[in-house]
Design a protein around this ligand. Structure first.
Ligand code: IPD
Length: 262
């Protein structure tokens, strides 16, 4: 069995393959396929997923893969699983915003242990392996943030679309109403993977996603944890496969947010 650092190397190369596909597609007309109410993928999302799948299929054929666009493939009995969001921030990407990235994690027994988020427009590659620290373009990352909520910049997930969106958005709005008078600022970047990386880099001080998919935040979870950030769900349980929400922050802000939103 390979070591986590070997897997990290493999994940970095795989994410690079994805980024090459994105770069080749920049400036070209994008075709868009609808996935549901105001939800879609571009042809580049699919092409990136296919390139990363092909690379990982060659390098680690024994490890199954869950991808946002093409679903799950491979040995369902494995303790390991690659989890891929070919473009996290698809709406940003489709609108010409630079805030998007390829996000790839390796899960072991349901917990993310390796993570790479590659944001091609800023040439930033965030990476981490459990027990080996987190890095941004090979420079070690150590999150440091305020301890008081009034100094915290809080990144929040998109409002819901699709089934039950109204009900879910009412909950988000109630949470926002409680936080707005207490925090320094609220941000909504439109990419959960970069929310997490920006938290690890100290550009925001907390991340809240009321409803989120594993592929959006699995890589960012390892990057945050290795940078010293707590990552749980909104009930305060350690984030892992099966969780539906994320609350990530340094210990003081995390505690304060749990109390505010609990
Ligand atoms: C989306 C982004 C966004 C989050 C949404 C996700 P996608 O991922 O991460 O920040 O709020 O819930 O669906 O669709 O661009 O991969």
């Amino acid at each position: 069995m390979m070591e986590l650092l070997d897997y990290l190397g493999t994940a970095e190369h795989a994410a690079e393959r994805g980024v090459e596909v994105i770069r080749a597609g920049l400036g070209r007309e994008r075709s868009i396929s609808g996935k549901g109410d105001r939800d879609f993928a571009t042809d580049v999302d699919y092409a990136v997923e296919d390139a990363v799948r092909a690379f990982l299929g060659q390098e680690t054929p024994e490890i199954p893969l869950l991808g946002e666009e093409r679903g799950r493939s491979g040995d369902s009995e494995s303790h390991y699983e690659w989890v891929l969001d070919p473009i996290d921030g698809t709406i940003n990407f489709a609108h010409g915003s630079p805030l998007f990235g390829v996000s790839l994690a390796l899960m072991r027994n349901g917990m993310p242990v390796v993570g790479v988020v590659y944001a091609p427009m800023s040439e930033e590659r965030f990476s981490a392996a459990l027990g080996h620290g987190a890095a941004l373009n090979k420079q070690a990352l150590r999150a440091s943030g305020p301890s008081d909520l009034s100094e915290a910049v809080v990144a929040m997930g998109d409002f819901s679309v699709g089934l039950d969106a109204d009900k879910r958005n009412l909950r988000r709005l109630a949470g926002l109403q409680r936080l707005v008078p207490k925090v320094q600022r609220i941000r909504m970047l439109g990419t959960a993977a970069l929310d997490m990386c920006w938290l690890a880099a100290g550009r925001v001080d907390a991340v809240i996603h009321e409803r989120i998919n594993l592929w959006d935040v699995a890589a960012g979870t390892v990057i945050c944890r290795e940078a010293g950030v707590l990552v749980t769900d909104l009930d305060g349980v350690d984030y892992g496969d099966g969780a539906v929400s994320v609350l990530a922050a340094g210990p003081d802000i995390h505690r304060a947010l749990l109390t505010e939103l609990g």
